[in-house]
Unconditional design. Structure first.
Length: 608
């Protein structure tokens, strides 16, 4: 027992110091517990097979799909329209929307659903996401106190009541308590998040690479590129790119050939983009993105019987854009762009040339390159990356893989929404006989298979493995505390010490003991451990067990001072760039104030 307590205290001290990554600290403590013989290898590694861990990984993927398809951006705009420019309203909307969802969906699922929305919203509002993400995680736990199914500890105390012959709790028995939790949370979090968490964003964004939208606007591509649809009557239908040779005959450049299909009322919409090759045959329904002088484009459209598409957007799905800078000693200097053979060698187009403050967008093939010229290139993302790796005559600006990740696959947004809502319904409704972890795994796989994420590699990149390892490595600590009798000793000592003082003192002791234990073991495990103790203490004193049991579920659920006490706290840790001490600074005051308020409020809701 002594060794386990020493390991626990040393782990907490390392977390607070923040000198070593939290996941490495957790793994070290796990290794020491195994080496000391406190835990067997099976017990120590059980956390990595826990359904909660698998669920967290799957929810990262689902959140990535929500981001990648632009669904988060659309939802964030609606919230921002309601809040306007008022940061306080924005904060309150995030809290209340999150709590409302958390009342019916697991707090882990709620954070996974809301986190990409909040990150996108903060970026668009040019505010630090860290100001909102920790309050988001805390609000999901508070929302869980609004209903019976909101959080597992609620179900634990309901089961404890029934096992001891009492009437079970109704669906909304928790609602008044949950509302008070929410009110206390808002009052405490609003000033603390501004004082402590906003500093996490200071200095961010001083150097940002240009976004795809910025490049489109800078080079005025929307006006320089025009889209035309090839119909059945078009004279170029069935011909290859080489046969029509628009560059030679009309001075027009074909930048992209796009094809779109629709199914399931737009939900199964699919878009393919391709850089035209000489052998590519033009089909009916193809959309050609053409660059050239307007008169020549109008003339071609008339002759070839092409239909203009004024509403077509310059999108980036399979194809992207980037900039390269021509080096002073480059072999390209003095060459015409037509001689550079970018398309033949790399499968990319040059859309424009930036020379000092001048933008050259017409007659590009005849443009002679100079050192320092910036070329706007277009091509498959992998070809753009290849361009940057294989040449020393230019420098690629930015990281194509990162830029591809930021390009939204917006035509997949309806499908992503259906997948997400189906997952939420399965998790929220007990009548559907599917376990939550199964629903999450299925949703994550569907996000990949239906290409709501670009590929499997993109899906793996959405998973924050630091958070996953942190939680999985800390879970066996609960087993160690139970095996050595530490948990039981603390709990029984509490009852023996405070039981004689009175029910109010015991209530306070149960709340804060549960709260303390939850900082080191999961809230569900703590509730399972403490609920029978609270029940026996109430029976021994001859008082109503409801306030004692509510103290257990509140102490287990309202634990904010640790990143690994609840999965939502861990989920936002990386995205918010938080350290263990950040949770102490914001979560500990909230946790203490919540405990004090509930010590006096619970006897009012449920008299002794």
């Amino acid at each position: 027992m002594t060794l386990t307590i020493i390991i626990l205290l040393a782990t907490v001290a390392m977390f607070i110091a923040g000198k070593v990554r939290a996941d490495i600290v957790a793994l070290c403590s796990l290794a020491v517990l195994m080496l000391a013989g406190v835990l067997t290898p099976v017990e120590a590694l059980a956390g990595f097979s826990n359904p909660v861990i698998i669920m967290m990984a799957g929810l990262f993927v689902v959140g990535g799909g929500i981001l990648q398809t632009g669904l988060a951006k659309k939802a964030s705009k609606k919230i921002m329209n309601l809040a306007g420019d008022n940061e306080t309203w924005l904060f309150l909307l995030i809290i209340f929307v999150t709590a409302a969802i958390g009342a019916f969906v697991s707090n882990t699922g709620t954070v996974a659903l809301m986190m990409p929305i909040v990150v996108t919203m903060a970026a668009e509002a040019r505010k630090s996401a860290s100001t909102f993400l920790m309050p988001l995680a805390f609000a999901s736990s508070m929302g869980g106190m609004l209903t019976l199914i909101g959080t597992p500890p609620n179900l634990v105390i309901d089961e404890t009541l029934r096992e001891n012959g009492y009437e079970g709790l109704s669906f909304f028995s928790f609602f008044p308590v949950g509302l008070l939790c929410l009110a206390v949370g808002v009052v405490v979090m609003l000033p603390l998040s501004r004082m402590v968490l906003r500093k996490k964003g200071d200095g961010e964004g001083e150097h940002r690479e240009k976004s795809l939208d910025t490049l489109v606007e800078e080079y005025k591509l929307t006006g320089a590129v025009v889209a035309y649809r090839v119909g059945e009557e078009s004279v170029i239908k069935g011909k290859t790119i080489a046969q029509i040779d628009l560059r030679a005959t009309h001075g027009i450049n074909i930048l992209e050939v796009r094809n779109e299909t629709n199914g399931g009322k737009g939900i199964l919409r699919n878009v393919t983009q391709a850089i035209p090759t000489v052998k590519r045959r033009i089909k009916s329904g193809d959309i050609l993105y053409l660059q050239g002088e307007r008169e020549k484009l109008d003339s071609l459209a008339s002759q070839a019987r092409l239909t203009p598409m004024p509403s077509a957007k310059f999108d980036f799905y399979d194809i992207g854009i980037a900039e390269i800078v021509v080096m002073p000693e480059s072999r390209l200097i003095g060459q015409k762009l037509s001689e550079s053979r970018f398309r033949e060698r790399y499968g990319i187009n040059v859309l424009g040339v930036k020379r000092s403050k001048e933008y050259i967008m017409t007659d590009l093939p005849a443009t002679k390159l100079k050192g320092g010229d910036i070329l706007l290139i277009q091509g498959q993302w992998e070809n753009i990356a290849k361009t940057g790796r294989e040449e020393e005559d230019w420098v690629l600006i930015g990281e194509p893989e990162e830029m591809a990740g930021k390009a939204t696959i917006d035509y997949k947004a309806p499908l992503a929404a259906v997948i997400m809502l189906a997952m939420v319904l399965v998790m929220a409704l007990d009548i559907i006989p599917i376990a939550p972890v199964t629903a999450v795994i299925a949703a994550a796989l569907l996000m990949v298979v239906t290409r709501c994420l670009r590929n499997a590699e993109a899906a793996y990149k959405t998973i924050n493995f630091e958070s996953i390892v942190l939680i999985a490595a800390m879970m066996p600590m609960a087993t160690a505390l139970e095996k050595t009798g530490t948990s039981a000793l603390v709990s029984h000592s509490l009852v023996e010490t405070l039981g004689d003082i009175g029910p109010m003192a015991l209530l306070c002791g149960i709340y804060f003991t549960t709260s303390l234990l939850t900082m080191f073991i999961s809230n569900t495990a703590t509730a399972v451990l403490m609920a029978p103790i609270a029940m026996s203490a109430a029976t021994e004193l001859g008082v109503n067990p409801l306030p004692m049991l509510f103290a257990v579920t509140l102490g287990a659920s309202m634990c904010f001072a640790s990143p690994f006490s609840t999965p939502p706290n861990a989920l936002v840790m990386h995205a918010g760039s938080y350290t263990f001490s950040d949770y102490i600074k914001v979560g500990l005051p909230l946790q203490i104030i919540m405990g004090i308020v509930m010590t006096f409020a619970l006897p009012l809701f449920f008299p002794f």
